[in-house]
Design a binder for this molecule. Structure first.
Ligand code: NDP
Length: 480
């Protein structure tokens, strides 16, 4: 059985304690690899390497840093099949999705920041009384990067690439639930010749490794993506230490559908935005609000299309819905479906665990679920489920739709379907969210600011915003 290793100071090494955790394949429910159960000592080792490497990496010409990032991007592309297979086995997501979305996007993240850093400039401000100010943008130091399990390599690289491009060195922790592609990335970094200590990957539990990174006095900035409760805990530790914080947290995204929308386009995209990656994308639309005049038609059409989605072996090309990530997560999702019933919800389709046969009989499968008849303010409609579960609710006016959309503590993404330009602009302005998709979903331009408001996070990733996060602006004022 493969035993993963930490990547510290350019080498693949065992955790200090030599203790390991089981890693499950969610499609079969079986242990298929082991990952280091690292602790403070391993984080300290990684930090020491990163601190030493910072001395040269922070002053390495940006063209050279760019070279390494692009080399890593090239290698990810060359190893697309291997990485996609690893991601699918580790996470339960359909192989096709890993091949077309997760892994290509991880390569794009490195390529985007590998080229972006070449265009990153600072401003100068001249004053009338013979003085000029210019801004230095200096890498902050050793960055702590912590990422979740839903889009493992995609989100891991979304932090690491801008950090390295900006001249920071990194101590990173992938989710303990899906460590495999981060491990393969460490092999890629070695192959790319990335200087020792520039990137260090420490595997293990959040409350040990994650906590050691967050509370380390030598790590001045933390970039975290994960659940809102974890983000709150991290802020509680890091804020009194005056660390820079980027927190990308949970969501409960509204999908608002008006009768004047392009119906076929909306229906196809809504199916996707509801159940892609088993609904385990922070940007999925889990609360669907539909104008009453098309509610019944929409309901029947969405239910019938959802029933056609094949739940099955993630490695099978026909599979549309794979396994959810873990046994605990499966139980959490099923408990929310029970809660929805108690709250008066009617299950229109799905709502049950799916039992496959053969080697997949112990895998974690849930049929895509649509629920109606719930109040907008019940728990099912307010709390993040993060699975293949959506609710549908009719509305009568724009104001009512907006009120329901804005009713949760979250504010990550939102969707609006309408052909009415005035209405689209008005809603875009008034929705509490960091991202508003009008007549589309998950259409991403990496230059745009990415993040949420309210309990969905603090700060923005993407474009130059991420480079701003990993650098500190310093104003230099010269009188001449
Ligand atoms: P968690 O918050 O449980 O974990 C995220 C990461 O933090 C993991 O690596 C985890 O390690 C680690 N961690 C856990 N506890 C601590 C701690 N005390 N200190 C430091 N690190 C810790 O989230 P999930 O992995 O369950 O991911 C799902 C969540 O992520 C959802 O809420 C989803 O909405 C959100 N998300 C947000 C996105 C955004 O861009 N806003 C994008 C994608 C997901 P371990 O795995 O060992 O627990």
């Amino acid at each position: 059985m493969i035993q993963l290793k930490n990547y510290i100071n350019g080498e693949l090494i065992a955790p200090k304690t030599n203790s390991y955790l089981d890693n499950y394949n969610p499609a079969t429910g079986k242990v298929y690899s082991q990952i280091p159960n690292s602790d403070d000592e391993d984080v300290e080792l990684a930090y020491t390497a990163a601190k030493e490497a910072f001395k040269s990496w922070s002053s390495t010409p940006k063209e050279k840093r760019s070279y390494y990032l692009i080399k890593i991007a090239d290698l990810i592309e060359q190893k697309l099949d291997k990485l996609a297979l690893a991601e699918s086995i580790d996470n339960g997501k359909p192989l096709k999705l890993a091949k077309t979305v997760d892994i290509p996007r991880a390569a794009s993240n490195f390529r985007f920041y590998g080229t972006g850093i070449l265009h990153y400039a600072a401003s100068a401000h001249s004053m009338e009384d013979d003085a000029i100010n210019y801004t230095l943008k200096q890498p902050v130091g050793v960055a702590g990067c912590i990422s979740p399990w839903n889009l493992p390599l995609y989100l891991f690289s979304w932090k690491i690439a801008p950090a390295l491009a900006a001249g920071c060195t990194v101590v990173a922790k992938p989710s303990e639930v899906t460590p495999m592609t981060a491990y393969l990335l460490s092999e890629i970094c070695i192959e790319a010749g990335l200087p020792n200590g520039v990137l260090n990957i420490v595997h293990g539990l959040g409350n040990k490794v994650g906590n050691a990174i967050v509370s380390h006095s030598g790590i001045p900035l933390i970039s975290f993506t994960g659940g809102t409760a974890t983000g709150k805990h991290i802020a509680y530790i890091a804020a009194p230490m005056f660390k820079k914080l980027s927190l990308e947290l949970g969501g409960k995204n509204p999908n608002i559908i008006f009768a004047d929308c392009n119906y076929e386009k909306m229906l196809a995209t809504t199916l996707h935005s509801s159940f892609a990656n088993q609904g385990q994308i922070c940007l999925c639309g889990s609360r669907i609000y539909v104008e009453r005049s098309i509610y019944e038609k929409f309901k029947n059409d969405l239910v019938s299309k959802t029933k056609e989605l094949l739940v099955g072996n993630p490695l099978d090309d026909k599979t549309k819905v794979g396994a959810v990530v873990s046994k605990q997560h499966k139980e959490k999702i099923l408990s929310y479906i029970e809660l929805a019933k108690q709250e008066g919800g009617i299950i229109l389709c799905g709502g049950v665990e799916v039992k496959l046969e053969g080697e997949h009989e112990n895998g974690y499968y849930i049929s895509p679920t649509i629920i109606e008849g719930l109040d907008y303010n019940c728990r099912t409609n307010q709390e993040e489920i993060f699975g293949p579960v959506v609710t549908i609710t009719p509305f009568d006016t724009d104001d009512e739709a907006l009120m329901m959309a804005n009713s949760t503590m979250y504010g990550l993404a939102s969707m609006v379907w309408t052909e009415n330009l005035t209405r689209a602009h008005k809603l875009a302005k008034e929705i509490h969210a960091g991202i508003v998709w009008i007549n589309c979903w998950l259409l991403r331009d990496l230059r745009t600011p990415f993040g949420g408001v309210k309990a969905s996070g603090v700060g923005r990733e993407g474009g130059f915003e991420a480079l701003d996060f990993f650098t500190e602006p310093k104003n230099v004022c010269i009188k001449y």
